[in-house]
Ligand binder design. Sequence first.
Ligand SMILES: Nc1ncnc2c1ncn2[C@@H]1O[C@H](COP(=O)(O)OP(=O)(O)OP(=O)(O)O)[C@@H](O)[C@H]1O
Ligand SMILES: [Mg+2]
Length: 280
Amino acid sequence: MAKIITVINQKGGVGKTTVAVNLSSFMSEYFEKILLLDFDPQSDASVWLCKDYGNPVSQINTQQHTPKTEDILRFGLKNDLDDSAVRLELKALSLSAVSGHNPAVVTTSLNLDRIDREMTGIGERKAAAKLIETIKIISEDYDLVLIDTAPYISNLHYIVVSASDYILIPITLDATAIGGGGNVINLILSDVRKYYNNPGVSVIGVLINNYEKVSNISKAMEDMALEVFGDLIFKTRIKSAVKLRELPILNSTLDKIYPKLPLSQDFKDLALEIYNRMRG
Ligand SMILES: Nc1ncnc2c1ncn2[C@@H]1O[C@H](COP(=O)(O)OP(=O)(O)OP(=O)(O)O)[C@@H](O)[C@H]1O
Ligand SMILES: [Mg+2]
């Protein structure tokens, strides 16, 4: 059974996608089968990792529609998940979604937001339970599942966190990103524990991304982050490096393109820290 980590911060541009995508490769040091699940309608992780993503010509030529996160969720919403045949069908659907991608990735699109509206038809509580179960079922055949999320808080955020073992919160050293991270922890975790019946979810860590150890201001912000999050902050910081910005157009990850870059060592250290925290 996979461990599920959701990468989340309601603040935009703090590096959620950068961290989720690169970890989906760097964590392969410790986990064999890894799935990256795109839960952000902006689809940045999908575009990053899948060369032909959204290319209408290739979709028309192959006459097939690769299932996306929303298709998988919709299937879970409409079917009886206690039925073992349905569970098998759901797994087959998610398998066809990931085929050909390395790391395995389930892509998404702007249509993901529609799921929110479709939930109201069958009662929000029941729908949420079904979607949580759907995420768990498709995770069963993996060792680690990483979920990238959108920079706001919606029903779907509560659902993914409810399906997760851990949340990972990237922040940058500015007051709003630190505040956003703090809000995520307080709001979501208490609600998820209380209303969504997942008392086990915990924060694997808060990651300082885009780190520059230069100014007095960033030192003051680092102190503020340490004060807010304490031991939750990973020892590893991901430095600021423009090379990271090239990776999406190369449809690749840091370890594959720049394995010798100090930044690759940052991600290696982060992967080890996460692994050690997961082992307790
Ligand atoms: N350590 C870093 N050094 C330099 N640039 C970075 C770093 N981390 C992220 N970036 C850049 O910052 C921008 C935002 O990063 P990213 O898309 O990962 O953030 P996000 O939190 O997923 O954003 P959104 O909230 O829109 O989903 C991107 O252009 C990315 O390349
Ligand atoms: Mg993103």
